[in-house]
Write a protein that binds this ligand. Structure first.
Ligand SMILES: Nc1ncnc2c1ncn2[C@@H]1O[C@H](COP(=O)(O)OP(=O)(O)OP(=O)(O)O)[C@@H](O)[C@H]1O
Ligand SMILES: [Mg+2]
Length: 366
């Protein structure tokens, strides 16, 4: 089971070249633009991704091969060459159907701009990214991971909504040390439905800086209506940059629609045999609703079970591992929010996941 980079279902620009030096140049420009790219050495390797990629950069070395391969006509197609090497002339560009010819290094800024345009914009009301977290067994660390992801995103200045969707959990407000904060909780919001406009929903919630939260009060556990979750998802996607949902292991209808909306679903599993067996049952119920379900394995591993073995046995891609962090347990007991210091295994993993899901660098990232 390969380790996967998280791209939240985002389609990446495609580079078609077998010119190693040109590829190095283009990878450098992609990094400057804040995006990953997919790479194909020739048109045969490019064919399956050719039409869906938001931008295709064809190296001058592959122009004729692309012409012979009769790839479909498409927009956002650029022929790229290096000054003093194979000349990417307009004639061949025309035949291939490229709208632009870029010669490096002079066209570098232009190429960075084109690559940058493929990165989803977060500030301008673009759709908020939805992440869900579910534990492979009780006490797996799902709520702590959900809290850590939300705190990390908000530290980056991303407008974040954290949702506690587990009626029987210990309460995410307690995980963050927010139990005294004013604002509406689920029981008061259960009437919410699609008619609630996202800004007023968000304004009614407990908040601190860029983070707002929907959690439970200390009353009796209540069922979470699917309409209330639909309203929360709407608020998250339309009104926030990032939304993190802490899910119950026993999926209800509300949890199912959150999984269906997720750009990335995380299943967190302690590195233990019985936890893996329990997680297999959770994965079987969650995976059909979430094609992006991925695994986080949390240490310690008392029997030496490796993250890759857990990944293989659950047939889920591994997003990351968490080393044991005894200091975190103590900090949580003191009411400190997870990942708030920006240091340690949890903070580092959360920074990487937020960066990869949103395509933005995270302040304080390792
Ligand atoms: N990354 C971590 N490092 C160290 N300890 C952790 C970590 N995550 C969780 N814990 C410990 O495990 C406990 C349970 O974590 P958490 O509440 O996040 O689990 P959960 O999967 O949400 O459990 P539940 O089944 O109750 O919803 C925490 O109170 C904390 O002591
Ligand atoms: Mg929990």
């Amino acid at each position: 089971m390969p380790t996967r980079t998280v791209s939240a279902g985002r389609r990446l620009p495609l580079v078609v070249t077998s010119d190693g030096e040109l590829l190095d140049e283009l990878l450098r420009l992609a990094a400057a633009a804040g995006t990953e790219v997919e790479v194909a050495a020739d048109p045969a390797a490019a064919r399956s991704r050719w039409s869906a990629a938001p931008l295709v950069l064809v190296g001058a070395d592959q122009a004729e091969a692309c012409l012979r391969a009769r790839l479909a006509h498409r927009t956002s197609l650029v022929l790229v060459g290096r000054a003093g090497h194979v000349d990417p002339g307009w004639e061949i560009a025309d035949l291939v159907g490229a709208q632009h010819v870029a010669v490096l290094p002079s066209a570098e800024p232009w190429v960075v701009d084109r690559l940058g345009e493929t990165v989803p914009s977060l500030g301008a009301g673009g759709p908020g990214r939805v992440l869900t977290v579910i534990g492979g067994r009780g006490g797996a660390g799902a709520s702590v991971l959900a809290g850590g992801l939300a705190i990390t995103a908000a530290r980056r200045g991303l407008r974040t909504l954290l949702v506690d969707a587990d009626p029987l959990g210990g309460g995410l407000d307690l995980v963050l040390g927010w139990e005294e904060l004013e604002g509406l909780r689920w029981p008061a919001l259960r009437q919410a439905d699609g008619r609630v406009d996202p800004p007023s929903l968000v304004r009614a919630l407990p908040s601190r800086d860029d983070l707002v939260m929907i959690s439970w009060d200390r009353g009796d556990p209540v069922h979470l209506p699917v309409d209330a979750m639909a309203a929360a998802l709407d608020a998250g996607r339309r009104g926030r940059d990032v939304m993190v949902v802490d899910l119950p292991r026993q999926l209800d209808e509300a949890a199912v629609i959150a999984l269906q909306a997720a750009d990335l679903g995380l299943l967190i599993v302690p590195a233990e045999l019985r936890a893996t067996a329990a997680a297999a049952r959770v994965a079987r119920s969650a995976a059909p609703h979430c094609p992006n379900l991925s695994l986080v394995v949390r240490g310690p591993a008392p029997g030496g079970l490796r993250a890759r073995e857990v990944s293989r046995s659950l047939d889920l891609p591994l997003v990351g591992t968490l080393r044991p962090e005894p200091g975190l347990r103590r900090a949580l007991e003191r009411g400190e929010a997870p990942a708030a210091s920006g240091h340690g295994p949890l903070a580092t993993l959360c920074q990487r996941i937020i960066r990869e899901v949103t395509g933005t660098p995270v302040a304080g990232a390792a």
